[in-house]
Design a protein around this ligand. Structure first.
Ligand SMILES: [Zn+2]
Length: 70
């Protein structure tokens, strides 16, 4: 058994919005626009640089970005 810890070979079919990456977001708390050069995707946490809120990114099935304050 080779140490294949994770499955990295998911078939990437077109239109899987859950794999979409975002590189900026509008803060759900103060509405500031934050660039996020590293990119984030569904269920990643981001922090507003302006008000310090921690937000959990949620990508809907339609590929729409939403945030939950945590
Ligand atoms: Zn904010």
């Amino acid at each position: 058994m080779a140490g294949h810890g994770w499955s990295d070979d998911d078939d990437e079919k077109g239109g899987d919005t859950k794999d979409k990456k975002f590189f900026e977001f509008d803060c759900a708390s103060c509405n500031a626009n934050n660039p996020w050069p590293d990119g984030f995707e569904d269920e990643d946490e981001v922090i507003c640089h302006y008000c310090g809120s921690t937000l959990e990114a949620r990508v809907s099935d339609e590929g729409k970005l939403k945030f939950r304050e945590i």
